[in-house]
Design a binder for this molecule. Structure first.
Ligand SMILES: Nc1nc2c(ncn2[C@@H]2O[C@H](COP(=O)(O)OP(=O)(O)OP(=O)(O)O)[C@@H](O)[C@H]2O)c(=O)[nH]1
Length: 341
């Protein structure tokens, strides 16, 4: 199966009470023209409206908007394999085209992300499309300080939803956005009340596809003298002590990199014990490569591949993790520069 034929999977993370189930319920009950298989922990939690149900079989409930809902069986791999079998068995009916997994409120998304990327069978059928993290606008600042799981959920996110806005003052919302930005500079943030987001927009993340990421970087790019604070000028974001040590480091280089040296360094960095590298993404200009080299990583899993189009003038590598040593990593990154140009 090619990458474009694989079923996209969105992981929905977020701390207890942030609004994950409310969003899952919205997806299952709204008419949005997307056939999504939603995996939840408990049917009872979602409280599916009986009038929307068109069929029930085993632990799968079919809804009238084309979505289906099921609970996790023994583990995630087994649940996804069962879903895929069901999809093939019912080939004459319109099959679901995306999977959304609601993760547990106290869990880091790390293991589920790793399962999707590294499980041999699953990775031939599914592709991780993105991580959406739900946050409680009133409590997230406190949760980021006190609970490492909350900072990991934010650290992994491609899209953050700042929910419970109705219960928050404008000052608290600003503080929440700042804390989220400290933890993860790369994710986009949308505000909501009772998860009232546009489902189609939300699920169009495609952050794990090189083209989409490249486009996002191009849109963010700005002139050196630009003073727009939304843009990404700084290499390191400070204040990680307020986010259980989780922070983002953006490394840039406007000279070509030596791909072999870079690979060795990335392997070394992903295994280093002094920090915990959660995510790594980059679009790089490597010597002798006309196309961009795209790098993606989660914990110790790393993937390098050629991207579409021309190599960028400037290489950008984003690292999100706990206790990242900006000075040391910047020095080592710079050392990956090709020696002879
Ligand atoms: N006032 C208000 N209540 C909300 C909002 N979003 C969700 N809720 C309520 O908050 C409670 C928790 O929401 P859930 O969707 O169950 O949160 P969750 O993240 O699934 O929670 P866990 O299952 O504990 O992880 C429920 O009673 C929701 O109805 C919101 O934006 N504003």
């Amino acid at each position: 199966m090619t990458d474009t034929q694989k079923l996209p999977v969105t992981l929905l993370a977020g701390f207890l009470g942030s609004g994950k189930t409310t969003l899952a319920n919205r997806i299952l009950s709204e008419q949005h023209n997307q056939r999504i298989a939603v995996i939840v922990n408990e049917f009872g939690d979602v409280g599916i409206d009986g009038s929307l149900v068109v069929g029930v079989e085993d632990n799968v409930v079919e809804l009238n908007n084309g979505c289906i809902c099921c609970t996790v069986r023994n583990d995630l791999s087994e649940t996804l394999s069962d879903l895929m079998e069901r999809r093939e068995q019912f080939a004459n009916t319109e099959p679901f085209e995306r999977v959304l997994i609601e993760a547990s409120g106290m869990a880091s998304p790390g293991p589920a992300v790793q399962t999707l990327l590294m499980d041999r069978k699953l990775s031939t059928q599914f592709r991780l499309d993105g991580v959406i993290t739900m946050t409680h606008a009133q409590h997230i600042v406190d949760q980021l300080q006190k609970h490492p799981e909350a900072s990991e959920q934010v650290g992994y996110a491609d899209q953050i939803i700042l929910n419970h806005c109705d219960q928050s003052t404008p000052e608290a919302l600003e503080a929440a956005e700042n804390a989220l930005r400290t933890c993860n500079r790369e994710a986009s943030i949308m505000q909501s009340t009772r998860a009232d987001v546009d489902v189609s927009d939300l699920l169009r993340t495609r952050t794990w596809e090189p083209e989409a990421w490249q486009l996002a970087r191009t849109e963010q790019a700005c002139e050196p003298d630009c003073d727009d604070e939304d843009h990404d000028h700084h290499d390191h974001h400070h204040g990680t002590t307020h986010t259980s040590g989780v922070g983002t480091l953006t490394l840039r280089l406007d000279a070509p990199l030596d791909l072999n040296r870079l690979k060795m360094w990335l392997l070394f960095v992903s295994k280093r014990n002094s920090h915990e590298l959660m995510r790594l993404k980059g679009i790089l200009h490597c010597q002798g490569h006309e196309q961009p080299v795209i790098v993606q990583g989660v914990y110790q899993w790393l993937e390098l591949q050629s991207g579409p189009g021309k190599a960028p003038e400037e290489s950008v590598l984003v690292l999100i993790g706990r206790h990242l040593d900006a000075e040391e990593l910047t020095r080592e990154w710079t050392d990956c520069q090709a020696r002879t140009v």
